[in-house]
Design a protein around this ligand. Structure first.
Ligand code: NDP
Length: 431
């Protein structure tokens, strides 16, 4: 905080991890030597992104890539295009990515990047010109053994296509330097589904430990983007009831639960016509403008925040508990504030932290890198099975650390990720 007093989200993410490490340092004091280094990125790249809009005007955005920690593998992490992106947001995401990637069991270090560019309301051509200019600079800093970006908020299949096209043109090589590619040109089956599916698979492990199942569970999902869509689909497939979906304009409440066809309608609105949930049509449900979905008039068992950071503040956590929620599966990155986490824990709620719960996306990105490196494509069933077993392993590691130190699952995930990176950093010396 001495170095970056204004980086609120980054400091929040660091505080959340450090709060969990006290019992670890008491038992293994040698780890103290790496903590300060772990909080300082290996490299932070900030660059100008000039592009020309449809009216012929020059526009300027700011591009970022933080290469946070490469102790256990090449930097790996998504790109976010959203007007709220700044150094603090990129550093919080990059910091969390290190622990998440460590938990996946795959050899990936942590990074993150993006821009304050807002794709909302831009034409396809404008998005393409922006992506090309962004990649023209980024290309010199990344590579299949160096740093492998992927998507995040505002960066989906369309943007990955434009970014990869430019990367290939600049480098004159076809390598797996971006993940989230389409299946016809180097992508992996199940990558679009992986984060949402993985979050649900993680929830299944928690329920199994409690001798419970997902069937009939009433779920409130926030967001309606990539993560929310596939979390909702998997929940419905497994017999759970999905009551809400939301976007930055408001939320939709379906008192009897969304049908698969209704989720398809939401996917059409968000992925194809690219408008807001106000366009959602239903005889059974309703759209409510300007509110978070946690206000929906229903009781629930499980909450899945799948939109963005700090969307479950203290007051929201209080609301969720009063609705009967006993399990929070974090699909988004850092969706719960630290006082929200403490409140949920104080009421006996189990919180599946983002670093573990949403690691399915980057895990399948890691599998995409493995397929690219060996010039193979695995079947959807094969990738889905690998995803399931990775989520089982992540849960086992987080749960074992939680038991070893007598702390909640959220702290267990932080500890398991931290110890793996700490061991690697100590072994590699002061670099
Ligand atoms: P998308 O861009 O596909 O969807 C984001 C969703 O969240 C949209 O519904 C969007 O609404 C809403 N949203 C975004 N910003 C805000 C905001 N400031 N306030 C309210 N709503 C907001 O992104 P993803 O689904 O890919 O990502 C969602 C979360 O999951 C992020 O935290 C991301 O970091 C995390 N994540 C994603 C992974 C992936 O594989 N995609 C992997 C791991 C984590 P609108 O459409 O109106 O903008």
């Amino acid at each position: 905080s001495r170095r970056d007093p204004e980086q609120r989200e980054f400091l929040q993410a660091v505080e959340e991890v450090l709060m969990c490490l006290e019992p670890v340092l008491a038992k293994k004091p040698e780890y103290a030597s790496v903590i300060e280094r772990m909080c300082e990125p290996e490299r932070l790249i900030v660059f100008r992104v000039p592009w020309i809009d449809d009216a012929g005007n020059v526009q300027i955005n700011r591009g970022f890539r933080v290469q946070f920690n490469s102790a256990i593998g090449p930097f790996k992490g998504g790109l976010r295009f959203h007007p709220s992106v700044n150094v603090s947001i990129i550093k919080f995401l990059g910091f969390e990515q290190c622990f998440k990637n460590a938990l996946t069991t795959l050899p990936m270090g942590g990074g993150k990047g993006g821009s304050d560019f807002d794709p909302d309301g831009k034409s396809d051509n404008e998005v393409m010109r922006f992506c090309q200019s962004f990649m023209l600079e980024l290309a010199r800093h990344i590579g299949p053994q160096t740093d492998v970006p992927a998507g995040d908020i505002g960066v989906g299949a369309r943007e990955i296509g434009y970014l990869y096209g430019m990367y290939k043109r600049v480098q004159n090589e076809f390598t797996g330097t971006l993940t989230g590619k389409a299946i016809e040109w180097g992508g992996s089956n199940i990558r679009p589904e992986a984060t949402g599916y993985g979050a649900v698979y993680f929830g299944l492990e928690i329920l199994k430990e409690q001798n419970d199942t997902i069937k009939g569970k009433r779920c409130m999902v926030s967001g309606s983007g990539n993560v929310a869509q596939y979390a909702a689909k998997k929940l419905i497939e497994l017999g759970a009831v999905v009551l809400t979906m939301s976007d930055s304009t408001g939320y939709v409440y379906e008192p009897n639960g969304f049908t698969e066809a209704q989720i398809d309608q939401i996917m059409e609105i968000k992925n194809k016509t690219r408008t807001t949930l106000a366009a959602y049509k239903s005889e059974t449900g309703q759209y409510v403008a300007g509110e978070r979905c946690w206000n929906a008039p229903c009781n629930a068992d499980i909450a899945l925040p799948c939109a963005t950071q700090n969307e479950v503040e203290y007051e929201d956590a209080v609301k969720l508990v009063s609705k009967g929620v006993k399990l929070v599966l974090e699909g988004a990155n850092m969706p719960t504030t630290n006082d929200g986490i403490n409140f949920l824990h104080s009421k006996g709620c189990v919180l599946a932290p983002a670093k573990a719960c949403n690691a399915g996306g980057v895990a399948v990105s890691g599998l995409e890198m493995a397929q690219n490196a060996t010039m193979t494509t695995w079947s959807p069933e094969d990738v889905d099975d690998r995803l399931k077993s990775i989520m089982v392993d992540i849960h086992a590691a987080a749960s074992a650390a939680a038991k070893e130190y007598g702390v909640p699952l959220q702290a267990g995930a932080n500890i398991a990720g931290f110890e793996k990176i700490a061991r690697a950093m100590i072994a590699q010396g002061c670099v």
